[in-house]
Design a protein around this ligand. Structure first.
Ligand SMILES: *Cc1c(COP(=O)(O)O)cnc(C)c1O
Length: 239
């Protein structure tokens, strides 16, 4: 295929590399490569590149912004590819996104969960959500504290028309491998702990952690969904 745009080739190679590293880390953690779901994070990326990744087998994309996703959605080949919202969601945008994505991963307050439930009810659907945890206790980040997550899971599990499917986090930037793995392992313990409680309306199916810089460490500590952007599409241009 003549290809004037090298970026397509780069994406193909990047995908092969990421998949290989995921498989390695999965095996090291005692799991099969196919037990780890790869999400291609497509924020700021043009639709033609996203569609190329989909044609190369990507079946899950993640977008951060409601507006951006809705603008690109008509151009995307999403027949065999699901989309998740992974960025902070403001209450006033909930109405626009409910029913448009398979999972909202970034639920970071009880009031947001309540609003998602309200809009889901209006649409006659049940929305799948993940609860975002601020694992590093960073002021700049969204999410529940790890020490309150159990309580919040119980509280949100009582709300109809939404269904908790797991946890997600964005780890702090950290060069210390030990510290990073400790953070991911805290998440994994919390995930298992919640699962063991067998709470009504709560399924701990998804542990979404790990990005381009740390997805191998996240898998080694139990992640089963990694959200990889720049390692697939190259560095982002924010306009
Ligand atoms: C941008 C983003 C990612 C992907 O980041 P990369 O470092 O490019 O892999 C993953 N998760 C969230 C929530 C993001 O905002």
């Amino acid at each position: 295929m003549p290809d004037a745009d090298n970026k397509f080739n780069d994406i193909r190679q990047n995908l092969a590399e990421v998949r290989e590293k995921i498989a390695d880390a999965a095996l090291k953690s005692g799991r099969k490569p196919e037990e780890i779901k790869l999400m291609a994070v497509s924020k700021t990326i043009e639709s033609k590149y996203i569609n190329f990744a989909i044609s190369e087998g990507i079946d899950l994309i993640g977008e951060n912004k409601v507006q951006e996703f809705l603008a690109k959605e008509p151009e995307l080949n999403l027949q065999n590819c699901k989309a998740h919202l992974i960025g902070h969601l403001q209450s006033n945008k909930v109405r626009k996104i409910v029913g448009k994505v398979d999972v909202i991963q970034s639920v970071d307050s009880v009031s947001l969960a309540t609003e998602i439930a309200k809009r889901s009810r209006e649409n006659g659907i049940v929305s799948k959500i993940l609860l975002e945890v601020n694992v590093g206790n960073e002021e700049s980040k969204f999410g529940f504290d790890l020490n309150e997550i159990n309580e919040r899971v119980f509280e949100i599990s009582e709300i109809d028309d939404i269904s908790i499917q797991g946890l997600m986090c964005v780890a702090p930037i950290c060069d210390d491998e030990k510290v990073l793995r400790h953070i991911f392992s805290n998440m994994y313990r919390s995930y298992l702990d919640i699962a063991s409680k067998k709470i009504n309306n709560v399924n701990m199916n998804v542990l979404s952690m790990g990005m381009s810089g740390d997805y191998c460490q996240a898998i080694l500590e139990g992640a089963n969904l990694v959200r990889v952007g720049s390692a697939i599409f190259g560095s982002r241009n924010y306009r």
